[in-house]
Design a protein. Structure first.
Length: 151
């Protein structure tokens, strides 16, 4: 079985195929940016891109994704910071920061699919990502800034 993680082709040994993508990323590859939150796919902390779509890595088994491409927060931008990451820093969006990689992965998937989302579409796309610190207004306004080209 093979998968691509952050543009690197990897062979997955048979004994690891039953792992969740989250466990493989963190425990085998050492990519710690993707977080374990609830383990049930409800909080969004474990969000990664699978062939460009935002998915919950805690609910995705390796055996289900043979041949597919995974992008984690570490691979979101290979040439410096992604425009969303730059805006996140500029606007001091995170407080504790735990949910932020999942927030960024969901936001970047949204903007790849719809580069001019309305405020309602931003809110809807981000509704599956929980933030215990309550930074939702900053998250939404920062995404809107990037949409408007205020970088």
């Amino acid at each position: 079985m093979k998968i691509i993680v952050n543009k690197i082709d990897l062979s997955v040994p048979d004994q690891l195929k039953s792992l969740s993508l989250l466990n493989y990323l963190r425990d085998v590859l050492g990519l710690m940016g993707t977080k374990y939150g609830c383990g049930q796919g409800l909080c969004g902390a474990c969000t990664v891109h699978l062939d460009g779509q935002a998915v919950r890595s805690c609910q995705t088994l390796l055996e289900e994704i043979d041949g597919q491409a995974v992008t984690t927060i570490e691979g979101l931008s290979v040439n410096g910071l992604h425009p969303l990451q730059k805006a996140w820093i500029r606007n001091a969006v995170p407080q504790c920061g735990y949910c932020q990689s999942g927030q960024l992965m969901s936001a970047s998937a949204l903007l790849r699919e719809n580069n001019q989302p309305s405020k309602a579409e931003i809110r809807e796309a981000m509704s599956g990502n929980l933030c215990r610190c309550g930074t939702y207004p900053k998250i939404e306004s920062t995404i809107n800034e990037v949409v408007q080209g205020k970088e």
